[in-house]
Design a binder for this molecule. Structure first.
Ligand SMILES: Nc1ncnc2c1ncn2[C@@H]1O[C@H](COP(=O)(O)OP(=O)(O)OP(=O)(O)O)[C@@H](O)[C@H]1O
Ligand SMILES: [Mg+2]
Length: 273
């Protein structure tokens, strides 16, 4: 994450939001290749079925992200978006399907082992330690690392300058948008290859949302893949290379963000016209 990578980018930059093929890459399904169908994607949660206890919430749900791209999951409340994120991160026992990261099947790995493989997850709620300072939150994020974490802390401060000003303040005293920055920053402390965000803009103003989306684009520009759930569907699909509309735990629509935004049926049913 150099300062160059972050310069002058905005979420209206079509050169970075409209580069991918529909569906974000064609899976290699040629007969005779040993490669899994998910091989073309950096991350694939394939045909995931499962839930809490005996009740399935996810039904044959598939999510993919390519390297350095942004994939956005949208859908009504209770559709299973957070559950799908938990499934990808290993917090849910799947009855069917699998999760493949960078060509390696990780379905049976614990969340901690997935962090070691390069995944980071910012959950929808309780995603900061409110009594710890901003900087202590960042340090906690790096607990698995044995190397010098200082450069990464500085990179997070470069990305979110307000956090540097508030580094000694308890995270619980920050505004909603600033707290979300702490949560994203903490996740970045593991130097992930895949950053998973469940509603990073929940409860923040439209301006703060735009800024946070700009920062997320900058993170993706450094080669980190982003898998993000968003309630602000329209704005999130604007920056999405791939969008997944989930309904009742299943894939309803999958396409590029732009194609979903242009689809009359998707607009009418999920985007308010
Ligand atoms: N820990 C849990 N135990 C049992 N059921 C749960 C649990 N968490 C979620 N559910 C159920 O799973 C379904 C999907 O919930 P989930 O939180 O994944 O939806 P969501 O799409 O993230 O919704 P929202 O937009 O409100 O965040 C809901 O019916 C919910 O009641
Ligand atoms: Mg949710």
């Amino acid at each position: 994450m150099s300062s160059d990578a972050y310069s002058g980018r905005g979420n209206k930059d079509r050169t970075i939001t409209k580069t991918s093929e529909p569906g974000g890459g064609i899976p290699d399904t040629r007969a005779g290749t040993a490669k899994p169908a998910a091989g073309a994607h950096f991350l694939a949660g394939e045909n995931m079925t499962g839930g809490y206890g005996a009740t399935d919430i996810l039904h044959d749900c598939t999510l993919t992200v390519d390297k350095g791209k942004i994939a956005v999951i949208v859908g009504p409340n209770g559709a299973g978006k957070s559950t799908a994120m938990k499934a990808v991160f290993g917090m849910l026992n799947l009855r069917g399907g699998r999760v493949v990261l960078d060509g390696e099947e990780i379905t049976d790995l614990s969340p901690q082992d997935r962090v070691a493989k390069g995944m980071a997850f910012v959950p929808q709620t309780n995603n900061v330690f409110v009594s710890l300072s901003v900087e202590e939150n960042l340090e906690m994020g790096a607990f698995l690392r044995k190397d010098d974490i200082r450069p990464t802390i500085e990179q997070v401060y470069e990305l979110f300058p307000i956090l540097k000003d508030k580094r000694r303040q308890p995270a619980g005293e920050l505004s909603g948008g600033q707290r979300q920055q702490v949560a994203v920053g903490r996740a970045l402390m593991t130097q992930p290859k895949l950053l998973m965000l469940d509603e990073p803009t929940a409860g923040v103003s439209p301006i703060v949302m735009d800024e946070l989306f700009d920062r997320i684009i900058e993170v993706a520009r450094t080669g980190i893949s982003i898998l993000m759930v968003e309630q602000n569907a329209r704005q999130a699909l604007e920056i999405a290379d791939t969008g997944f509309v989930l309904v009742q735990g299943a894939n309803a629509y999958t396409d590029t963000g732009q194609a979903l935004l242009a689809d009359p049926e998707v607009r009418r049913t999920f985007l308010g016209g």
